[in-house]
Design a protein around this ligand. Structure first.
Ligand code: PA5
Length: 427
C-alpha cells in the first residue's frame, strides 16, 4: 500500500510535516508502551501477531458447518459488531458455496426486519448474534425476533444447534442467555473495542462463512503490523496519513471524504466512517468523516466538492485490478453513441482516467487530496488496509488530543431512548 500526497503539495509545506516529527515519536511511544488514554483497549494493536490457533480453528470449523448446512446465515449486530464483516464480504465477494448472508440488528425499521423474516420461510437458517456489551437495543430486538422464529421452527434444541453468540467472555445479557440456552460462543477480547474488532471472531466468523480466506487477510494485517510500527514519519505512510489529516484539519479542512471508484467498496467506506467518527469526534473536536462513491456521487456531491464551501479534503483509495472488461465493438462504422474511440478499451482504464481527471479538477478547486494506492483487491491487501486505518485512527486521535477508544457521546441518545420506551403507552 502506498500513500501519494502529491495532490496536497499546494496545501502543505514540507517544513509543516517536520514539526510533527517529535509529536509522532511521542504518540508512537504512548501507543506502543500502552501509556496513552484508553490504554486498556489496545488489544487490537498486536492482534495480528497474537493469532490464537485454537480460536482460529474453532472459527473455521464453525464456518464450515454453516457453509455445509445453511441456505441463509443471519449476522446480527450494530456498529463495530457488524460493519467490518459486511465491509469485507461486500468488497471481496462471497463464493458460490456460501449461504446467502443477511444482516439484522443495525436497524429498527420494521419494513426491513419484516422483509428479512419473510424471506426465511423454507430455508435452512443459521444465526450469528454479535454484541460485546450483550445489551445493545437494536441487536437485542432483532435477536429476540429471530430467536422466536428459530425456536418455533426448529424447537429449542434445533435453535441451539443453529445459533452462535459472539460476545464477552463472562459479562452481559447475551452471555447469560447463551449459557442458559447452550449456544456455541465465540469471545470478543476484553481489550478490543467494537470498531477495532474486525480481526477478532466478530469479523472473522462471518467472513469465513462467506468463503474468504481469513488466514490470507490476517497475513496482510500481520505484515501491516510490522510496516506501520516504524516510528519515522517519512518511512511510515500510515503515520503520514494521520499527520496530514491533522494538518489539513488545522487549516480549516474539517471534513474528510473517503472516496472509492469501486462499486463494492461502499460498506468498506462505511466501516471507515464509523471507525474515525466514533474515535475522533469528541470534546468539541474532530474531522467529520464522510464517504463518496465515484463516479456515481460526482453526479450529486460533485458540484459541492468542486465549488461549495472550502472546508473539505478527500482521501481516495485506488485499487489496481485485473478483473476487467472491455467496451463492446459494434458492427460496421456505427457511432451513434459517440463511443467508437473507446471500443475495445478497458473499463478499469476508463475508470482510472475518471479518477485522474477528477482528482486534478478537485485539487484545482482547492480540495486537497491524498491517494492510497493498492496493488490488487485481494484479502491480503484488505487485511493490510484494515490495519492501516486502525493504526492511523489511533495515532490521529492522539495527535488531536482525544481518547480514540471510548465513545461517551453515544450514551446520551441511548439513555433518552430507553427512558422513552419505558414511559410511553404503545398503541
Ligand atoms: O465501536 C463501538 O464500540 C460501537 O460501535 C459498538 O460496536 C456498537 O455500539 C455495538 O456495541 P455492542 O457490540 O456492545 O452491541
Amino acid at each position: 500500500i502506498s500513500l501519494n500526497t502529491d495532490y496536497c503539495n499546494d496545501f502543505i509545506k514540507e517544513h509543516e510535516l517536520e514539526f510533527y516529527h517529535e509529536q509522532i515519536n511521542t504518540v508512537h511511544e504512548l501507543l506502543h508502551e500502552q501509556r496513552g488514554p484508553g490504554n486498556r483497549a489496545l488489544g487490537w494493536l498486536e492482534l495480528p501477531i497474537r493469532s490464537n490457533e485454537q480460536e482460529l480453528n474453532k472459527i473455521k470449523k464453525l464456518a464450515e458447518k454453516v457453509r455445509t448446512k445453511a441456505d441463509v446465515f443471519i449476522v446480527i449486530g450494530v456498529g463495530g459488531s457488524y460493519l467490518g464483516a459486511r465491509a469485507v464480504i461486500d468488497f471481496l465477494r462471497q463464493d458460490n458455496n456460501s449461504p446467502e448472508i443477511l444482516y439484522l440488528g443495525h436497524h429498527i425499521s420494521p419494513r426491513y426486519i419484516k422483509e428479512i423474516m419473510a424471506s426465511l420461510e423454507g430455508k435452512e437458517v443459521f444465526v450469528n448474534v454479535i454484541s460485546k456489551s450483550g445489551g445493545t437495543l437494536e441487536p437485542s430486538l432483532a435477536f429476540r425476533t429471530v430467536r422466536s422464529y428459530m425456536e418455533k421452527h426448529y424447537g429449542e434444541d434445533g435453535a441451539k444447534e443453529r445459533i452462535i453468540a459472539t460476545t464477552d467472555a463472562s459479562k452481559g445479557k447475551l452471555k447469560t442467555l447463551a449459557n442458559k440456552k447452550g449456544y456455541e460462543t465465540l469471545v470478543i477480547p476484553d481489550d478490543v473495542g467494537g470498531r477495532y474488532s474486525i480481526l477478532t471472531p466478530v469479523g472473522l466468523l462471518p467472513i469465513a462463512v462467506s468463503g474468504i480466506c481469513i488466514d490470507t487477510m490476517l497475513e496482510g494485517a500481520k505484515d501491516a503490523y510490522a510496516l506501520y510500527s516504524e516510528p519515522d514519519l517519512h518511512k511510515n505512510p500510515c503515520y503520514k496519513y494521520a499527520v496530514i489529516r491533522n494538518l489539513l484539519y488545522n487549516k480549516g479542512k474539517i471534513i474528510e471524504q473517503l472516496v472509492t471508484y469501486d462499486a463494492f467498496a461502499g460498506n468498506l467506506t462505511e466501516w471507515w466512517k464509523q471507525l474515525f467518527g466514533e474515535s475522533e469526534g469528541k470534546e468539541g473536536k474532530g474531522i467529520f468523516p464522510t464517504r463518496a462513491d465515484f463516479t456515481t456521487d460526482l453526479h450529486s456531491l460533485g458540484q459541492y466538492i468542486q465549488e461549495g464551501r472550502r472546508h473539505l479534503f478527500s482521501t481516495t483509495i485506488w485499487w489496481e485490478t485485473k478483473d476487467d472488461l472491455t467496451l463492446p465493438e459494434l458492427e460496421g462504422n456505427e457511432d451513434d453513441d459517440g463511443l467508437k474511440y473507446l471500443e475495445g478499451k478497458s473499463f478499469h482504464e476508463i475508470n482510472r482516467q475518471a479518477f485522474l481527471g477528477t482528482i486534478s479538477a478537485h485539487t484545482e478547486g482547492l480540495v486537497p487530496n491524498m491517494v492510497i494506492e493498492i496493488p490488487d483487491t485481494s484479502p491480503y491487501y484488505l487485511g493490510m488496509l484494515i490495519y492501516f486505518f486502525e493504526k492511523a485512527c489511533a495515532i490521529s486521535g492522539y495527535i488531536l488530543g482525544v481518547n480514540p477508544f471510548d465513545q461517551p457521546g453515544v450514551e446520551a441518545y441511548k439513555k433518552n431512548v430507553q427512558k422513552r420506551l419505558k414511559q410511553i403507552n404503545f398503541y
